[in-house]
Design a protein around this ligand. Structure first.
Ligand SMILES: Nc1ncnc2c1ncn2[C@@H]1O[C@H](COP(=O)(O)OP(=O)(O)OP(=O)(O)O)[C@@H](O)[C@H]1O
Ligand code: SF4
Ligand SMILES: [Mg+2]
Length: 330
């Protein structure tokens, strides 16, 4: 039986108008193109792709923070577009987010206690004593204990790793079931990164979370993900169980990525590989008007690639969008 999807994009498309001088509309960027993707109960689904591929835009769309140009986001079988006020309140409790930058995402003027109380107060959750207990509990869950040592301090009094723990605590204080984590460890040093990853893995197990984890970093993804979706220029080109993606990648782009570098940060990809996969953020000039968007760089493209490939099954729970995926090249 297919596991239950808690949060899903259905044929989601997000298009931005780009503005030139005097805010005149000059063009359009299709940041998310016809994506269907479901996050299942208790799983970590990683979305990987180079800078500008559309990960954050899709994540914001699934959080209801970015309008879709077409398609739908479905949460627990309900379309976000159909939610009433109460529905949105429940959604906001159930689905939380952690961003990359623990410096920018915490208000520097507020104490930790205030930062963590705020989501509970906004949703009118409980009496003062309950809120106090919930705040202390969540702080200890993220490893800042005993909580009373931290509650009255401000974000600037913490290290980057501690700040990210506070950001995670803020996301968890409402006891969500779904966490969207957008590059949550990429601003941290390697040793701190490992600690925060361990924390996220432990929290996921103990709290029964489902996590949509957006990342450049294939090493991190390999550690944390159950399933991996590879995004290339606004589309999912391959999706499957983490072991399959890393040991039997089927899409030429996934193969190149795995061969290229442990991380997809532009500064870590060798120049020779950049030339093949392309890494320039926002560079949409070379996209073909139709057909597979990877075709200009694909070493095995053929005539049929002038048609857009759709995701097709390529093994158990594994799907690939490539006309050549049926050819076994392993
Ligand atoms: N508000 C916006 N207005 C116009 N274009 C945008 C906007 N937000 C994103 N884009 C464009 O949409 C595309 C996808 O951007 P997005 O931030 O989702 O990529 P990303 O995969 O998260 O990249 P990164 O790894 O650098 O965070 C990019 O070309 C970006 O320039
Ligand atoms: S569809 Fe064609 S161009 Fe696109 S990745 Fe597959 S072989 Fe390459
Ligand atoms: Mg991003």
């Amino acid at each position: 039986m297919r596991p239950r999807e808690l949060l899903a994009a259905r044929r989601a498309r997000i298009v931005f108008d780009t503005a030139g001088a005097f805010r005149r509309k000059t063009g359009r960027v299709v940041a998310v193109d016809d994506i269907s993707l479901g996050l299942c109960e208790n799983e970590t689904l990683a979305l990987v792709g180079e800078s500008g591929s559309g990960k954050t835009t899709l994540g914001l769309g699934m959080l209801g923070l970015r309008s879709l140009s077409s398609g739908e986001v479905v949460w627990r079988d309900r379309a976000l577009s159909s939610l009433d006020r109460d529905g949105w309140r429940t959604f906001r409790r159930d689905v939380q987010v952690v961003f990359q930058d623990p410096y920018g995402s915490l208000n520097p003027r507020h104490t930790v206690a205030r930062i963590l109380r705020r989501p509970l107060e906004l949703l009118g959750a409980g009496a003062r004593s309950e809120i106090r207990d919930a705040v202390a509990d969540v702080l200890e869950r993220v490893g800042l204990k005993p909580a009373h040592l931290y509650l009255d301090r401000h974000p600037h009094e913490f290290s980057g790793g501690q700040r990210q723990r506070i950001a995670i605590a803020r996301a968890l204080v409402l006891k969500p079931r779904i966490l969207v984590a957008d590059e949550p460890v990429s601003a941290l040093d390697a040793s701190i990164r490992a600690q925060i990853l361990e924390l996220l893995i432990a929290l996921k197990v103990h709290l029964g979370l489902s996590m949509l984890f957006l990342s450049h970093d294939l090493g991190v993804v390999r550690l944390i993900a159950d399933r991996v979706a590879v995004m290339y220029r606004s589309r999912i080109v391959e999706i499957g169980p983490v072991a399959d993606i890393f040991t039997r990648p089927r899409h030429p782009y996934t193969r190149l990525l795995l061969a290229a570098a442990p991380t997809l940060r532009p500064d870590s990809i060798p120049e020779a590989v950049k030339a093949v996969i392309g890494t320039r953020e926002g560079d949409h000039g070379e996209w073909p008007a139709s057909g597979c968007s990877f075709a200009p760089r694909c070493p095995i493209r053929r005539q049929v690639c002038s048609k857009v490939p759709s995701l097709e099954p390529a093994g158990a729970a594994h799907e690939v969008a490539c006309h050549a995926a049926g050819e076994d090249r392993n």
